[in-house]
Design a binder for this molecule. Structure first.
Ligand SMILES: Cc1cc2nc3c(=O)[nH]c(=O)nc-3n(C[C@H](O)[C@H](O)[C@H](O)COP(=O)(O)O)c2cc1C
Length: 172
């Protein structure tokens, strides 16, 4: 199974990226998780550009999303919303034919940040993603390490549920 991990933060010391790296570490051998690291390099979304010549970096992101069984997202909240750079990345995926039905797992590293998670769910549902709610993980990572047993366990349980959902035939 192949999963793509998307972090909503560009910070080098991002807690969200840290959670995704922890998920990579604990994943069983049968589950390969690739962390996409070029969100900050994507151009601003523009339908004129999308319709004329799709930038290679966007085409590559779409190829990577199309190729995986599921997408894992860990995204922070900025001013009660989705960080602009991450929403920009999602906007580039809206017009992608393979996105509808794509299983998505959400990791929230700050459970008090409810606005961005709600907005993310709304955006992804509008994009016809398959939100795998039973795989959602909410873990407070501020002032904590992703190596703590309780956090590792929460991530492991979420990943197991996600892998199960990605493997099962879709229930419509
Ligand atoms: C510009 C800015 C706005 C923020 N707004 C909120 C907010 O509205 N609600 C919240 O819970 N946290 C807010 N935060 C805190 C971040 O969500 C938090 O620091 C998070 O850990 C950042 O993610 P990262 O560690 O992956 O970079 C804000 C942080 C910044 C820099």
């Amino acid at each position: 199974m192949h999963l793509l991990a998307l972090s909503g933060s560009l910070r080098a010391a991002s807690l969200n990226t840290m959670a995704l790296r922890a998920l990579q570490k604990l994943a069983p051998e049968s589950v390969a998780i690739r962390l996409y690291e070029s969100i900050g390099a994507l151009p601003h979304f523009n339908t004129d550009v999308e319709m004329s010549a799709l930038p290679e970096i966007v085409a590559e992101l779409r190829r990577q999303v199309a190729a995986v069984d599921g997408v894992v997202i860990a995204c922070p909240e900025y001013a009660h919303g989705i960080p602009g750079s991450f929403k920009n990345a999602l906007d580039w995926l809206v017009g992608m034919p393979d996105f509808p039905g794509k299983p998505v797992m959400l990791i929230n590293t700050s459970p008090r940040s409810t606005h961005a998670q709600a907005a993310l769910r709304e955006v992804l549902a509008t994009m016809s993603a398959r939100l795998v709610h039973e795989a959602d993980v909410a873990i407070e990572l501020r002032n904590r390490s992703a190596d703590e047993p309780e956090i590792v366990e929460a991530l492991r349980v979420g990943l197991q549920a996600f892998v199960r959902a990605c493997t099962e035939p879709r229930a419509f």
